[in-house]
Design a binder for this molecule. Structure first.
Ligand code: SF4
Length: 399
């Protein structure tokens, strides 16, 4: 039995699958579809596959059968997010910028800060989420490399999240009146679309991604799908950039697992021993914000995911009652398995990310990188009232 509630009060789920089909069938339009790290380990539940099954290759086949022109991987953009966010963190440490820096790839969390705690919006990393980065580069670099007209190109993302629809609608994430992300399908909408078109994901062979140069990714990009993943991915790269050598172990265990708040210290050379924390679920995040406000917490870097567990249990995934914990664990284990089996596990090692900077952006944090890959946040406290956190959680519990 599925629930349709996002704990962040994001735009409700409204099925846009047929819009995607219209674009696939329009000979004037070229479509680029990419899916999130958590999408591949959650959609299999709709087809009776093993909990946490990694359906990456079958998803590519299915999207191609629906008629997409190009299928790429958002994990690649997650590696780009790390390059920008890692650089931004080091700059904040060097120049006395606003700390703790807070991750901003969770759109539910960004909405929450803007609406309920705008006093913390300077703490949010200005780096866009992987979806926001992919969209901007699809309409610029990708279009240029493939000789496509950006006005006739549509980027569709498949996400575990209803709040990503809000993110795609942000005016800050558009250029020349065109949104960078044209359409967001939740994992549930995607599964429904496959059923409507008679496509059984569990019976499909695997197909590789279409465009290696916006798909090849490292294990660091893959772990974005679970709580602690963004922090671990960022530390792998920040440590290397600051200390000139890799972390002793690529697995940064203290930020893994389902504990509500996870803390760790990392030696960042000239910046000393830096305290970081990871929190998931808005109730827990609220408590951490209060600790920061009162000076009880002295973190320099904080990862927040609005959904308990992170995107593996996002409001747009397949939710099956009475199996929440076992499914979350299986999805999380699958994400870490993907990481473990990647030949490259650090974002700064990704040859296609290196190529992006060599051929297009210059270096992380460059002017053009800022123009395309960063954003700004608004104080939305005075926007029409939204649900209180208690109301939101009541709905989630009853959902
Ligand atoms: Fe969306 Fe993931 Fe944030 Fe949940 S944790 S609101 S699924 S981005």
């Amino acid at each position: 039995q599925c629930t349709m509630v996002c704990p962040t009060g994001a735009l409700g789920e409204h099925d846009q699958g047929e819009t995607a089909i219209d674009w696939f069938e329009d000979p004037e339009i070229k479509t680029v579809v990419a899916f999130a790290p958590a999408a591949r380990v959650t959609v299999g539940d709709a087809f009776g596959m093993d909990p946490g099954a990694n359906t990456e290759g079958q998803m590519v086949t299915a999207i191609k059968r629906l008629g997409a022109d190009y299928v790429c991987d958002i994990n690649w953009a997650a590696d780009v997010t790390i390059m920008e966010e890692g650089t931004e963190f080091i700059e904040r440490l060097s120049s006395g910028g606003q700390l703790p820096m807070m991750t901003s790839c969770c759109s539910g969390w960004v909405n929450y800060v803007e609406k309920h705690h705008p006093e913390f919006r300077q703490n949010l990393s200005t780096t866009r989420s992987p979806q926001g980065i992919f969209g901007a580069l699809a309409k610029t670099w990708f279009a240029r490399e493939h000789g496509l007209d950006p006005e006739k190109l549509r980027f569709i993302s498949i996400m575990p999240c209803t709040a990503k629809k809000d993110e795609a609608a942000r005016p800050q994430l558009s250029r020349n009146g065109m949104p960078d992300t044209d359409l967001v399908l939740t994992v549930r909408e995607f599964a429904r679309l496959l059923f409507q078109h008679g496509i059984r994901l569990d019976r499909l062979p695997s197909t590789p991604f279409d465009s290696p140069f916006m798909s090849q990714n490292t294990g660091a990009g893959a772990i974005f799908g679970t709580t602690g993943g963004v922090m671990e991915a960022a530390l792998r790269t920040v440590y290397r950039k600051v200390n000139g050598r890799e972390l002793d172990s690529v697995d940064f265990i203290p930020v893994r697992g389902m504990e509500a708040v996870k803390e760790a210290k990392v030696d960042l050379g000239k910046f000393g021993s830096v305290k970081v924390a990871v929190v998931h679920g808005l109730r827990n995040a609220e408590k951490v914000l209060s600790d920061i406000d009162s000076g009880r917490a002295d973190y320099k870097f904080l990862e927040v995911m609005a959904c308990p567990g992170g995107c593996i249990d996002g409001g747009g995934t397949i939710r099956i009652k009475n199996s929440y914990l076992s499914r979350s664990k299986a999805r999380m284990a699958s994400i870490y398995k993907i990481d473990q089996h990647r030949k490259l596990r650090r974002s700064h090692e990704n040859p296609d990310v290196i190529r992006l900077y060599d051929q297009y952006l210059g270096e992380p944090g460059s002017e053009v990188a800022h123009e395309l890959l960063h954003t700004v946040y608004r104080n939305r406290k005075k926007d029409p009232p939204t649900e209180t956190i208690t109301e939101i959680w009541k709905k989630v519990k009853l959902g």
